[in-house]
Every structure is written in C-alpha cells, then in structure tokens.
Design a protein. Structure first.
Length: 599
C-alpha cells in the first residue's frame, strides 16, 4: 500500500517535511508450599524496586479476654495463626503471591499488647488499583474463613496503608472496585464505564475505619432501589463479598442500590451497629472521535465503535489534533489551503462551528490547561497561542524558544512543556522547553540532551517527562528538574509518534516505523513498557499499520490509529493484556490521524 504522493498532499506541510528529511537522512521472595510464599520480612519496608511504591497491610488480631464467654460477637477462632494474602490487578495474578502472614505474638513482624496482636506486611507494587483476597488459616494452612476481597489503590509518593481487623462491630461499609472500568467509591458515588458487568467489593468497617475480615464477617446482598435496566449478582461462596453490577448500557443512566450485611449472631443488634447502606452508580459510555486526515472529517463512534459513525465535516480541513473542554465542546485543529484555523463544536457537534483564526498557523495537537484555556502549537508559525474562553479574542503568544512545535503538555503545577522539532526537523536536533505561568518569558528550562526530533510528550504520575524522539528512535525520560542526563528507552522503538500511560504506569508507544519515512509501506508496532521501562517490551503487531496515535479508555482498552492499514486506514481496539486479536474499526475511515475519547 504505497501512496506517497497522496500522503504528502494530504498531510500537513510540517509532517511532509519530516517524512522527506527522514528519508534523506536514511539514504546518506522465598517459596513454601508451591506457589505460596512465606513472609520474609514484615517489620521493615526496605528499599524499593524501580517503579514501585510501598503498601502496608496492618492487621489487628484481638486477644481473647477473660470475659470471652460473655463477649458477643466473637469472631477470632483461637486456631487462627496466619493470614494468606493474594493480590491481582485487573484480573491478572501478581507474581510472588499469595504470601502468608503469621498472626501470633511471636510471628515475624508482629507486636503484642494486652488487647491485641498487631502484625504488618509491607509490599512493593507499582502504582495502580489492585484486589487483595484474604483467607484466615490455622497452622496447617487449613482455611478458617472464606476468601474475602478488598480493593485498594497504590499511589506513588504516599503512605499506602490498608488497615484490617479480624473482629468488630460494623460502623460503615467500604464499597469499591479495583476494576479499571469503575471509578469512585460507594461514599462519593461510582461511575461504571461501558456496558459490561463489573465487580464491586463490599467490606464492613469498624468505628476506627479498619476493614473487618475473617470468619465472623457477614454475608452481603445488594438490591436495586431505583434505576432501570441495572442488576446485581448474589455473591458466591468462593467470593463472598464480591457483587457483580450489570449496567443497562445507556449513557448517563443512574441507579441506587442498597447493601445489607447479615451475621449469624446478634451483631446487628449491637449498639452502634450499621448493617445497611446505599450507593449510587452511573453508566458512562465513552465516545471515540477520529480525525480523518484525508477525508476532511471527524467521525464519532459510540460503543462498541464498529457501527456507523456520526460524521462532522462542517469546517473540517485536514484535521491534525482534537481536544474537549470541560463543557464537552470539541475543538479541531484544521489545515487549510492558504490559511489555518481551529473549529469549536458544541454537542452534538454536527452544527456550525465557531472558528478561531487569530494567530493560528500550522496547528498541531491541542491542549487545555487546568483553568480551561486552550493552547495551540503552531508548527508553521513557530509559536504557541493561548486562548481564554470564549476563545475568539486576541491570543497570548508564546514564541521565546519555540521552533516548529508539535505538542504541549502541563505538569501538576501548571508549567508548560513544548516539543520543538526545530528547523532541522526530521534530520537532527530539537528541544523541549519548559515555561512557568504566564509562559511568555524566557523558558525556565531548555532540554536538549537526548532530544532528536521530539514529536510527543507525556508526564507520569511522579512528574517525570517522557519525550518521543522520532528521528532518534528513542524515548527519553527526564526526572525533575529535567536538566540531568535522561534515561533512554530504545528497545523496540522505531520512529515513535505517540505516547500514553495506563493507570498502572505502563507506557505505550506508537512506533510508526519505516513506513513513516514517506513511502507509506511497512507496518510498525505498538510497544508496552512496564516500569522502569528499560526492559524488553511487550510488542503489539496484530492489525497495526503505521500507527500514529493512541488512546486508552477507562476500562483499559487501547485504541490505535493505523494510518495506512488497508485502503483507507483503520482504528484497532485491544483489550487488556493487548496480545489478542483486536476489534477493527473501518466504517468511515479515511487516513485516521488523531484519536480522542470522552472523559
């Protein structure tokens, strides 16, 4: 599929220059009992492996009191000597688990008081959401309670503590999910993305906020109180506190569920006991937008994305980049035959747009800051223009240090980073410049070490900057303040055009490959790197053909735009772990060049 003439006439002048220049350049833990590990050390956090964060399980085991015969409820069997902890992420088991934590006063990592034995286990996990399954056992590893699940999240740079107690009077409920497609909590409200059933874990908490687990824990039941088309499963004996919620698949549908905890004794009659709770949940179907570079359209797809799209064509011309503001207005960067512009469309996007022309000259990937201001990198004008709502006024122009900008990104403090491909774009050089608000002064930092044809930028949760160097066939990673020698990622990297992180900190790279040198041939690949990113990547090639954009939805599904797949290009969708056969979107495709998915 070689269409070099069509490609050069359809794509931006800047990209054509990049392709031509590149073409010219190339011409000149210990094991015990099988899979289970015993706990090597619980009292010390130790040093962290690269890309990991600490999580500490703190377990309280109340001691039998002299008045134990009168105590109600009594949850902890005297035979309980250990707790098995298994951990998975997105349904995938984590290597090295389960581990067994001793719960006796003499166990490693445990301390004893008159009232209880307190034990802890500190583990190293990458940032992200997880599910731990807990089973109390006797000294012979015989289970004394059914496996119970708890959802927890690891955040880099924070003290991640999961507090557990093996007895207690319920005071509240934790209703949560480690599924990527579920966001929020039972107390603040949940959003379920997509139309597939998703698991929720329900755990009772005592008055101190400890999660109540063990043989005295209740059974749970969820009932639909309001909402249409929703349903909840009954927990199984193997997952006694996991409830699957099935949404109706209707965007914006809201339901209220009640959760009831049932005990085998008189726990719920105890003073202060709380045995019922309610939560709300919303169904959100994310819409996919695709900029059709040759078709002069933007196509909008509803899940499952393979049907007929809504076509946006009014004012669209060789679209380069897209962005959504807080009001869900769609902004598109357009290249005209003599002048360029940015078009703004209010939902449902098919009406006449508002057109922004002042200062626009070769617009590329669009970005909004936290305040809702629009930033446009103008590759032909060597500027970045900033527009405040309603966006039609005179922009603020950033030009100091700007040289053929491709992309911009903001860090958590509001600093602006710009990828400058430079006057020798596609052959060598380029910089990344950092600007503090209001951005118009001299850049605070100019990064050149390792930069070679920068085409995409992304920041991880720790503020590290990643640069896709299309000419250098590398990804370079810079730690704040970004002036040191970068870490270089090169394994599997081949003309990288797009970068994206998933919720667990894994990095995905669109390698447009040799085909992006201008001949329109070759396939390229998408590579996935786990922290610290320098190892051998997982490589995705099925359905991939000159990938130039990536996006992830809230369920962790990866979308790839394949510029030269077939006759008109495709978008391929990969479900985790991404190695299977993709879903292929072909309807309405005409050289897809940018992707956007609704929040």
């Amino acid at each position: 599929m070689s269409h070099p003439v069509l490609r050069f006439s359809a794509l931006s002048t800047k990209r054509a220059r990049l392709f031509i220049a590149l073409a010219l350049c190339t011409a000149l833990v210990g094991c015990s009992g099988g899979a289970r590990s015993s706990l090597p050390s619980t009292g010390s956090a130790g040093s962290l492996p690269a890309g990991k964060a600490h999580a500490t399980f703190r377990i309280d085991v109340p001691k039998q009191a002299a008045t134990a015969t009168l105590r109600s409820p009594r949850y902890v069997s005297p035979a309980t000597t250990q707790l098995a902890i298994d951990i998975e992420q997105g349904g995938v088991p984590i290597a090295g688990y389960p581990v067994t934590v001793g719960l006796t006063p003499t166990s490693n990592g445990c301390t004893s008081t008159l009232a209880s034995t307190n034990c802890q286990l500190t583990v190293a996990l990458g940032p992200g959401s997880y599910t731990a399954t807990l089973t109390t056992e006797d000294a012979s590893s015989t289970p004394l309670s059914s496996a119970q699940s708890i959802a927890f999240t690891i955040t880099a740079g924070t003290n991640n503590v999961i507090s557990i107690v093996l007895s207690g009077i319920p005071h509240a409920f934790q209703i949560a999910s480690a599924a990527q497609a579920v966001v929020g909590s039972g107390s603040s409200g949940l959003t379920l993305y997509g139309s597939a059933a998703q698991p929720l874990t329900v755990v009772a908490l005592d008055a101190d906020g400890n999660l109540i687990v063990g043989s005295g824990s209740p059974t749970y039941r969820a009932s639909l109180e309001s909402g249409s088309g929703w349903s909840a499963s009954t927990p199984s004996t193997t997952a006694p506190n996991t409830i699957a919620i099935t949404p109706p698949g209707t965007n914006g549908s809201v339901a209220t569920f009640s959760v009831t905890a049932s005990y085998s004794d008189a726990t719920c009659s105890q003073s202060g006991a709380v045995c019922t709770a309610t939560f709300t949940i919303k169904d959100d179907l994310q819409m996919l937008f695709v900029a059709q570079n040759v078709g002069n359209t933007v196509t909008e797809y509803a899940p499952p994305y393979t049907g007929t799209p809504t076509t946006i064509s009014n004012g669209v011309s060789t679209p380069q980049g897209m962005a959504l503001d807080a009001a869900d207005d769609l902004f598109v960067a357009d290249l005209g035959s003599t002048t360029d512009w940015v078009t703004e469309y209010a939902s449902p996007y098919t009406g006449s747009p508002t057109t922004i022309t002042n200062g626009v000259n070769g617009p590329e990937r669009l970005e909004f800051d936290a305040a809702g201001n629009l930033f446009v990198p103008n590759s032909s004008g060597n500027t970045i223009t900033e527009y405040v709502p309603p966006f039609t006024g005179t922009p603020t122009t950033i030009s100091n240090g700007i040289n053929m900008p491709n992309a911009v990104v903001f860090d958590s403090s509001g600093d602006l980073f710009a990828a400058n491909c430079g006057s020798n774009c596609g052959v060598s050089g380029g910089t990344v410049t950092e600007y503090a608000p209001p951005y118009t002064g001299t850049p605070t930092t100019t990064i050149s070490s390792g930069v070679n044809g920068p085409f995409a930028l992304v920041l991880d949760s720790a503020g590290n900057l990643f640069v896709a160097n299309a000419t250098g066939n590398t990804i370079t990673e810079y730690a704040p303040p970004y002036t040191g020698t970068p870490t270089t990622i090169s394994s599997g990297v081949n003309n990288p055009w797009a970068l994206v992180f998933d919720g667990s900190g894994n990095l995905f790279v669109a390698n447009c490959g040799a085909g992006c040198l201008g001949n329109g041939t070759g396939n390229g690949s998408v590579t996935e790197y786990a922290p610290p990113y320098t190892g051998t990547p997982t490589t995705i090639t099925s359905g991939v053909s000159l990938p130039d954009a990536l996006v992830l939805d809230h369920a962790g599904n990866l979308f790839v735009s394949n510029l030269f797949a077939g006759t008109s290009g495709t978008v391929t969708e990969y479900a985790p772990p991404y190695t299977g056969t993709p879903t292929t979107i072909t309807n309405g495709m005409n050289r897809p060049d940018a992707l956007l998915i609704t929040p």
